[in-house]
Ligand binder design. Sequence first.
Ligand SMILES: Cc1cc2nc3c(=O)[nH]c(=O)nc-3n(C[C@H](O)[C@H](O)[C@H](O)COP(=O)(O)OP(=O)(O)OC[C@H]3O[C@@H](n4cnc5c(N)ncnc54)[C@H](O)[C@@H]3O)c2cc1C
Length: 210
Amino acid sequence: MGPGKHLQGLSLMNGIVTPEEFDYFHELVISQEITRCAARGYGDGLNAGCVIGLPPVLNFGSPELKARVVPDVLGGKKFICLAVSEAHAGSDIFGLQTTATKTEDGKHWIVNGHKKWITNGMFADYFTVGCKTEDGFTVILVERQEGVSTKPIKTSYSPTAGTAYITFDEVKVPVENTLGEEGGGIFVMLSVNEQQFQSRTMGNVLYVRT
Ligand SMILES: Cc1cc2nc3c(=O)[nH]c(=O)nc-3n(C[C@H](O)[C@H](O)[C@H](O)COP(=O)(O)OP(=O)(O)OC[C@H]3O[C@@H](n4cnc5c(N)ncnc54)[C@H](O)[C@@H]3O)c2cc1C
C-alpha cells in the first residue's frame, strides 16, 4: 500500500516511525519480517487481501466510502480482499463472467457470479470485485451480506490464508460503492497508489505497472 495520506494521524508500530517518515523501505522490512516466520499461508492470512484489495478503495473510492471502510481495515477490525479471478478467467480479466447490472432506478448494482482463488475471502468483510458491466469492466466494493457466500479452497500452502471460492447471488450494492469510472476498471486494477497513478498519467496516456 506504500506511504500516503491513508497513514496520516495513525500510530505506526508503537511510534518507531511516523506516518510522514514511512516509505517503501519500511514496507519492505515489514514484508521480510512476516516472511521470517516461514509460514507463507499464515503471512498471506495476515495482510495479503488488504495489500491488494484496499488500494483500489484508497485510490478510487469516494471520500464517504473511504471514511467508512479504510480506518476499520487499517485498524484490523475488518478484512478486505481482491476478487478478480474466476474459474474461467485469471490473467485474461476481460474474459471474466461476473456481472453487475443497474437497477431500474439506477441506484444499485445487482452482482451475480463466482470468484475463485480469492486470498482472505473466507473471512473478508469487503470484496473489491471485478465485474462485467454494460460499459465494459468495472470495479465495485461489495460488502458481506445476504447473497454473498464463501467456501474454502484447498491449496498447497495453508488454510490460514483463507483462500475462497465466492458466490455472488443477486447481491444488491449501492452505486456509491463503484471504484473509479464505470467501464474504467482496468485502470483501477492496475494502478499501484495515488502518487504513482498520478505520475503515470500524462495527457491521455496512462502508464501502468503490470
Ligand atoms: C495461492 C493463490 C492465491 C490467489 N489469490 C487471488 C486473489 O486474492 N484474488 C484474485 O483475484 N486472484 C487470486 N489468485 C488467482 C490468480 O490471480 C490467477 O491464478 C492468475 O491471474 C493466473 O490466472 P489463471 O490461474 O487463470 O491462469 P491462466 O491465466 O490460465 O494462465 C495459465 C498459464 O498461461 C500463461 N498465460 C496466460 N495468458 C497468457 C498470454 N496472453 N500470453 C502468454 N502466456 C499466457 C500464464 O503465464 C500461465 O503460465 C490466486 C491464485 C493463487 C494460486
